[in-house]
Design a protein around this ligand. Sequence first.
Ligand code: NQM
Length: 367
Amino acid sequence: MNHSAATAFDLTRIACVWMRGGTSKAAFFRVQDLPTDPKSRDRLLLAAMGTPDARQIDGIGGGTPLTTKIAIISTSGDDQADIDYLFGQVVIGEDRIDYAPTCGNILAGVGPYSIDQGFVPAEDGKTIVRIRMVNTGGLCEAVVQTPGGRVSYTGETRISGVPTPGAPIELGFRDIAGSSCGALYPTGRRLDVIEGVAVTCIDNGMPVVLIRAEDVGATGYETPTDLDANAEVKARVEAIRLAAGPLMGLGNVAGKVVPKMTLVSPPRDSGHLNTRSFIPRKCHDAIGVLGAASVATAFDDEGTVCASLATGPAGSGVRDISVEHPTGEFTIRLSGGGEGEAPSVALLRTARPLFEGHVLVPPATAA
Ligand code: NQM
């Protein structure tokens, strides 16, 4: 740990980069700058974010699940990866970090961060960073723009939910089916009835329960604010989630942030389906990356709750599934798969560092 001299002499300084990855934000740390003991590490990270205060007034956290995330980066010991990415979801209003899920949005920042920090040497043009998602064991190849051997963050790529364009970061995933549940369809079926409602439980990178919006009394086109305020819909969704958890092999999910819950409905624009996702107690302003991968996979398959929504692109070649969400759409590229096999997933994101320096915490929390 770096306890070097600071302007604020009685606070501990930890090197930190605050990054946007896709439509989320996280504090990025190098593993060597943090305590090795997980309890001490988490105490320090919670203090840095300012939690359990829900407003996070005494820390750098953003006060919402999408802006209170942590990424811990190290060199990988796995032959198939260059980098190990450990993700932490700070649970808003609580004194804990949930390491059960990974996060595909924050994953978009891992390639560029790893090059910037010297973990991976940059090529001239593009650099491929092979990332192991420690939380779930899945692998991802990130293609980062590195003209002249340096990461470029600027460009013309736009993603829904981010007002400014940036350099594209291509993410291609491997071995993500059953990431947390052990199987693509963890209940063994494409359709289950839980709490009297037809659902599809799927895990192609993220455990997700899909529900037709109308089946829980929603239209599926509400704003996230309206859904967050709708106690009846939220109670029905949470009851289904609590019952789905054990069926998906996730155990008691009362205190967990998985499975995510996605309401599906017919598309409104030119997409294939429309979504509203609870992550899991608050409605997402867009949709998670791996959440969208799981939703697209269910849409692409037969016999799921999506079957009645629309007809997807046919065939087993490359299919681009456009998932509509509250702030636009997210295209997920699927290839291969079928007959019980999960398709491969590829997609495009942008990311950039917003601030780099040191986060300061009271020394008692850094002991
Ligand atoms: O599903 C939010 C996000 C996420 C996770 C959440 C994500 C993913 O948008 O891979 O990106 O589902 O809690 O950051």
